[in-house]
Design a protein. Sequence first.
Length: 365
Amino acid sequence: MPDIRFGVIGLRRGQSFVRVCRAVGGATVTALYDIDAARVAAAAAEIGARAFTDYEDFLAAEIDAVIIASPLPFHARQAITALAAGKHVLSEVTAADNLDDARALVAAARASRALYMLAENYRYLDEVELLKRLHDAGRFGELYFGEGEYLHDCRGLWFNDDGSLTWRGQGKLAVYCTHSLGPLLYITGERVASVGALAVPGGKFDPRVSNPTMHLLQMTTTGGIALRVRVDHVSPRPHQMAYYALQGTQGSYEAWRGHGDTSKVWLADEHEPSLFHAPAQWHPLDDQASRHIPERLAAPPEARLGGHGTSEYWLLRDFLAAARGERSVPIDVFVGLDYTLPGICAIESALAGGAPIAVPDPREW
């Protein structure tokens, strides 16, 4: 079967996908698009691809699929145009940053014969996959609480070279919750029914940047699971971009916190009982890995070229399999919006003082 021909949009984050495409097999990058003519020309020359600075010309090239790695506000509209042109779409997160674009994206995906997939790579982290398999095996019992945190000091990305604000500097970054929320929804198999959010006012570090310093989202899923997510792109602190916690009737999990910590679990069917006078003890999560994710542990070295462990490698393999008709799309437009819409609704909630907001089901649009 011939390789899937990719065009990559946005050559900052997009360069990671170029590397993974070259490593995964079955994919060839034949076209690159960026508004920076010098950047796209240099990148294209390096891999023997065509360079474009016009999006319509780029979509007219001989490509089967596009990887959208442009700034967040462009994702939905670029995906809609690509789907209309018959190109499969693998879009960086988030799927959209407002409800109008989200609705338009659903309409475009329904109207197109091409595939849409959200590239939520944190869902593909080895640790998340291990937790999913433990949950599916019933090891946690009934899950009733989950937590995620994305704490990433991005103050160095607030301004362009000319001093203007970047999308991070001017964006309402509650929408950027998918790295924390997506894995929780993947593990539980649920979607968010309602969200209440609190925002810490902005302007604490630079008066030119007024977007909130932090958002705290509290959510309830359709199955009654309580979820809490903290999104913070501002606070000066060590990064912690993949913290999760789970609590069930038969088990508990907490991710590593840094400074020598490790991820850990307590599972009632394997470890000592949890008693008031003899509290349960944590055990290394890694002890479960060889039993539940052996193929992940055997990933080749080149699987790590995407920058987030092996996550981009497994994500792209799934997308390629879907494009070849070998499987369904794992994070289609509806699942992708399940990950995205709570963040959009959280902005409305925060403006209303934290009042709960019902999160729409995009399947009903």
